[in-house]
Design a protein around this ligand. Structure first.
Ligand SMILES: [Zn+2]
Length: 96
């Protein structure tokens, strides 16, 4: 079993998220999990359910609430930036 498969199972990640790489940093005591969100996923505006336009992607790194074996757990991913004609820039729940 690959390390990314095992960690995805242990962290109970939603099925549409894929872990592409695990990067341990022994010097600062962290583990970086590089995540991929499928670009083919249909996005909808949370307010009107229309399909807004994807106007780009924003790179984010967040700290997970749980540590992995006493290492700080960081997750990096590209977040779609979406724009609804009626509601402007909108965000959606990435981990639902
Ligand atoms: Zn909308």
């Amino acid at each position: 079993m690959k390390d990314t498969t095992l960690l995805s199972m242990l962290m109970n990640l939603p099925a549409h998220w894929q872990m592409s790489e695990v990067v341990p940093n022994l010097y600062d005591g962290s583990i970086l999990l590089k995540m991929t969100y499928p670009r083919t996923t249909d996005y909808s505006c949370p307010q009107c359910s229309k399909r807004p336009k994807i106007c780009g992607y924003e790179h984010r790194t967040v700290e997970h609430t749980e540590q992995l074996m006493h290492y700080k757990t960081l997750m990096s991913f590209e977040v779609p930036k979406i724009y609804c004609q009626e509601h402007g820039d909108v965000s959606f729940e990435l981990f639902s």
